[in-house]
Design a protein around this ligand. Sequence first.
Ligand code: DLZ
Length: 204
Amino acid sequence: MATFKGPGEPKTYDGSGLRIGIVHARWNTVIIDALLDGTKKALADAGVKEDNIVIQSVPGSYELPYAVKQLYSASQVQSSSTGIVGAAADLLGSATDLTQLGISNTPKDATLKSPFDAVIAIGVLIKGETMHFEYIADAVSHGLMRLQLEGHVPVIFGLLTLLNEEQGLQRAGIAGAGKNEGHNHGSDWGSAAVELAVKRKGWM
Ligand code: DLZ
């Protein structure tokens, strides 16, 4: 049955050749963890290989644009000894071996600006008693939009801006006594990442 909300009739896209970056905040961890699970499940369902997904965390949502930018710039940084792969790993600040992701030192073409075909940014902002929420929500939304328009790689907007915790539980699909009520929006973000990443290849 057709519904008003949601992305409409689901289509399947083949994600088997895609490399996806996920950056998530840790504030409101219970909700974040469920959203992350939903995102990863949608990626797996679309055929994205686990080895081709890099996941990084940051403390709070305010840090999301910076971390996404680091993923973006990884392949553009010139590193004397280690090349793009080493530079990307350095910027990611982890022991991630990007060669295992099939990310080579030589981009396929000059338009390749990122080692990822799409990046998903996930955060959960819950409104408090001050203006903090409004400032962070506004800054992060604009920051992520700017990055995708300037970076030519889709950034999926996985930032929930909530009035209370219950709204978050519902949107992560873990509300109610059985912790299974609501709809996990992470699932939509994973699917959106695959669709945009596949279409991007056609648009380049
Ligand atoms: C400080 C703060 C507050 C009050 N609330 C949230 C929130 O609901 N969700 C979230 O992701 N982050 C929150 N933060 C942390 C900020 O995003 C950020 O990590 C700090 O201000 C440090 O830059």
